[in-house]
Design a protein around this ligand. Sequence first.
Ligand code: PPE
Length: 306
Amino acid sequence: MQTTEFIWFDGKLVPWKEAQVHVLTHALHYGSAVFEGIRAYKCADGTSAVFRLQEHAQRLINSGKILRLEIPYTAEQIADGIIETLKANKLAEGYIRPLSFVGLGEMGVYPGNNPVNTIIAVWSWGAYLGPEALEQGIRAKTSSFARMHVNTHMSKAKSAGNYVNSILAKIEAKEEGYDEAVMLDTSGFVSEASGENIFMVRNGIIKTTPLTSVLGGITRESVIQVARDLGFTVEEQLFTRDELYIADEAFFTGTAAELTPIREVDRRQIGAGHAGPVTKQLQQAFFEVVKGKNPKYASWLSHYTF
Ligand code: PPE
């Protein structure tokens, strides 16, 4: 990965190499950590902007609340720390990873009075699913691993532990020659991917899975709003894998993956086998919004310069 100079560690900027923890850190053993993934983009006016900074900072705090992990910062302080870290690293465009984790203290599942540490790292990160994914679309496979039941792991928390399930699905998909895994919920309905929400388009209607078993994706929510503003009907409804097979178009959304077309699922070509017209229109609209080219969504951007 591409490194940068500083990492924000409990309120102080420290050199990248010095941002280290002890091997008996609670989170390393038990997954007791919550995190965010956020992107900053270079804007048309020469500044940079973080996309939906407040919403991401608030989701970090909410994830902590769900896990009973007390983050000793407010959402505003996290947001300020993010801007400070971007500026210190002179990063005009890239990915932002805040993480709060249960630190060193007692061992054992019970986190007790162990400290909660928080870091913010930033780095350059290109297209998540490969350089051609955004244009050509990717190939997905229905995972043999179900997404977590709503009463096991808490899907609304972006917690480190939840990603064991994602890792299992992603390794399986990659080793079988696919780019990404489509995961079903424990009732068999399409849920989300290892690190993205999923949308399908059929007969002009856009559908995405309801929030039941999935992470409340901020990209998902943004794309729903942009699509509705463009006049599309967007339904939040459960659908099955065979409905996905006969979709005209399908795509993933996520901070890392942005808006990535899906061209194949389980060896069934989706639509024409490349990004369809609705996907292309939404992808273009999305990139205009994040790059500050659409004043209608100016409130979604937190600008900074250095
Ligand atoms: N579902 C999952 C399981 C998920 O991990 C993400 C983001 C989303 C949906 C979309 O959420 P949002 O980014 O708010 O639109 N996945 C992050 C982690 C990727 C990684 O490999 O790390 C991301 O996209 O930043």
